[in-house]
Design a protein around this ligand. Structure first.
Ligand code: ADP
Ligand code: MG
Ligand code: MG
Length: 193
């Protein structure tokens, strides 16, 4: 599947997007959560960069595994274990699969197993699941990722911290959906889909 070099490029672009949008992500989380999502992600990304720069990986799978460990140990909150799981499951699948949709599906399944969220609950799953379907049909575009992110605005949160707000969680984007959207947009922009 992806080489170490391709996977490094993918994650470096993702890191740049998280850093550039750190305040925006925390602002979004301030509306429906506790305002830390951008900071959580940026902390994880900083550690991920350090780890990736120090490593000399033989495959894309190994890059994802190293990234997963960094994100798991530093993001914290609800998102840390979920991002850690997503990248770890994608890493495992990458050694076997020969198409990216199977890799993304493994990440999606891992996050759902851990977080128990279904589509429609205003979480990162509302981006992850449609991205998988569109990859599978050979149709994934930046616009489709952005539309999936935007679709979280009208949803009522029933998982995670935002669910404490009930109906008041309707009207803003889910911060985790926005951040995972950057992950998939980076993949497309690097020409890896
Ligand atoms: P915390 O809520 O602990 O402060 P973050 O703010 O870093 O953690 O992350 C919040 C994001 O995590 C949400 O926007 C949502 O996308 C995601 N999330 C929370 N719970 C779940 C879950 N059970 N399944 C999938 N994603 C979830
Ligand atoms: Mg938060
Ligand atoms: Mg928090």
């Amino acid at each position: 599947m992806l080489t170490a070099e391709q996977t490094n490029r993918w994650l470096e672009r993702f890191a740049e997007k998280i850093e550039a949008n750190k305040d925006y992500l925390s602002e979004l989380d301030g509306i429906i959560g506790d305002g830390d999502h951008g900071n959580n992600m940026a902390r994880g990304i900083e550690e991920m960069r350090k780890k990736l720069q120090a490593a000399d990986p033989a495959s894309g799978s190994e890059v994802l595994k190293n990234a997963s460990a960094a994100l798991l140990s530093k993001i914290g909150g609800a998102a840390g274990p979920l991002y850690g799981t997503a990248l770890l499951e994608m890493s495992k699948q990458m050694t076997e699969a020969d198409d990216l949709s199977a890799v993304v599906k493994a990440g999606l399944d891992g996050v759902q197993k851990r977080g128990k969220a279904e589509e429609g609950e205003k979480t990162m799953i509302d981006v992850f699941a449609p991205v998988y379907r569109e990859l599978e049909s050979g149709n994934l575009t930046v616009e489709a990722v952005e539309a999936a992110v935007e679709s979280t605005r009208e949803l009522k949160a029933t998982k995670g911290r935002a669910s404490y707000l009930g109906e008041r969680s309707i009207g803003e984007l889910d911060p985790g959906a926005v951040s995972i959207g950057y992950l998939f947009i980076s993949l497309i922009e690097e020409g890896l889909t």
